[in-house]
Design a protein around this ligand. Structure first.
Ligand SMILES: Cc1cc2nc3c(=O)[nH]c(=O)nc-3n(C[C@H](O)[C@H](O)[C@H](O)COP(=O)(O)OP(=O)(O)OC[C@H]3O[C@@H](n4cnc5c(N)ncnc54)[C@H](O)[C@@H]3O)c2cc1C
Length: 370
């Protein structure tokens, strides 16, 4: 059986790239060993924040901004195609300082961003607490990124999967065992039920990408970094927008629930919620908003960020003809889904990408002298 494109993995990256390729008229098959969205894509906070995550202006910051700018249209598109509302909420992001040192760092960062005309506002403690009255009286000031947003990644995962199917992409359950190379080209994938020939292969297997034989990824290019999350049921809303401290973040959902995250742990693929992890994320949340103390914890989980050495994604062509990457998104895979879909689909279709992909090429990660 031959397909124009075989996509490995049905997280947000695999589904979003499949959506764009199917819309371009390609015969697309997505192979997923579990259920679509089963892993990092359903575990994420859903924060869309170039300001806090990319920190300083540069290619990664620009990529994050380009993806954020695409989100309102992507949300309208997938919601209209599927009827699944993805919980997209505007209102900005606050990065709060609880210590004077952190407040000074934030002010210096704001100056750098403002000098380049990028959206960031310094707030004193009173202004921050006017915006979010639930914040701790220890607040020493904040940086406000007014045009940022958040969404519910479980709903986004579902919507992208359904939208890709509606556009004509097919999905099959299967563990990919190997990407087959012949004559210096990726020509097929072998999975647990046989072989599928492909005009092109897109590797979107998240934290497991480097484990797929034939991936061509250099050692250490993508590794798992565990994150733990606790979900609180606040009913009556205590915070209305995403708030970061220097230890973590809280993400309010539209229905009043509040997600607290997250740890960054180098523990391989050990999926677990630990006493220490919960202590850290809940301690961080209580420091930010002490009134959360009596709120019930209703769910906890952990999963693996597909982490690259520099935190930026690995996008576009590989060193093997016919093999493309949509992986390594680390902490920002939800934010970067919109631009990944357009950029990787353009690379597969041989069209000019919407952004320069050179800073995100796998070549930057190749061992020196290789
Ligand atoms: C706790 C946590 C919080 C996060 N918060 C945020 C946030 O607030 N904002 C943000 O932008 N990002 C966030 N992220 C990061 C984001 O979730 C990821 O970067 C993103 O989901 C990666 O998407 P993916 O499709 O590459 O990976 P995944 O969703 O992990 O999908 C990969 C898929 O490939 C499948 N697969 C793997 N190997 C094979 C194989 N051999 N054969 C077939 N299928 C295979 C897996 O089953 C899986 O479904 C967070 C991540 C974590 C863990």
């Amino acid at each position: 059986m031959r397909h124009d494109v075989v996509v490995i993995g049905a997280g947000v990256q695999g589904c979003a790239v499949a959506l764009r390729l199917a819309q371009a008229g390609k015969d697309v098959l997505v192979l997923e060993r579990s259920i679509p969205g089963a892993e990092a894509s359903s575990a994420a906070g859903g924060i869309l924040s170039p300001g806090v995550e990319a920190v300083e202006p540069g290619p990664f910051y620009a990529l994050c901004r380009a993806s954020l700018a695409r989100y309102p249209a992507l949300v309208r598109e997938v919601e209209a195609a599927t009827g699944v509302a993805v919980g997209y909420r505007e209102g900005g992001t606050l990065e709060v300082a609880l210590e004077d040192d952190h407040a000074q760092l934030l002010a210096a960062r704001a100056e750098r961003l403002e000098r380049q005309g990028l959206p960031a506002e310094v707030l004193d403690d009173a202004a921050a607490r006017r915006l979010e009255p639930g914040l701790s009286p220890e607040t020493r000031g904040a940086l406000f990124f007014p045009d940022e947003a958040s969404l519910d990644p479980r709903l986004l995962s579902r919507a992208l999967y359904l939208a890709a199917r509606a556009a004509g992409a097919r999905f099959q359950t299967g563990q990919v065992l190997r990407i087959v190379h012949e004559g210096g080209r990726a020509v097929a994938v072998e999975h647990d039920a046989g072989r599928l020939d492909a005009g092109a292969v897109v590797l979107a297997a998240g934290a497991w990408s480097a484990l797929v034989p034939g991936s061509g990824l250099p050692r250490g290019a993508v590794r798992p970094v565990r994150g733990q999350i606790a979900l609180l049921d606040t009913r009556q809303r205590l915070l209305s927008r995403v708030v970061f401290s220097d230890k973590g973040y809280v993400v309010p959902r539209a229905d009043g629930r509040l997600l607290c995250g997250s740890t960054m742990e180098e523990v391989g693929f050990e999926k677990a919620v630990t006493a220490g992890g919960l202590h850290r994320v809940l301690g961080m949340a209580l420091e930010l908003a002490p009134a959360l103390e009596h709120v019930p914890v209703v769910e906890t989980w952990s999963n693996f960020r597909p982490a690259s050495p520099d935190g930026a994604p690995v996008l576009g062509p590989s060193s093997v003809a016919g093999l493309f990457y949509a992986t390594g998104h680390t902490r920002n895979g939800i934010l970067l889904t919109a631009i990944t879909a357009d950029a990787v689909a353009a690379a597969v279709l041989g069209q000019p990408p919407p952004v320069d992909l050179a800073p995100f090429s796998v070549e930057r990660l190749a061992p020196r002298g290789a």
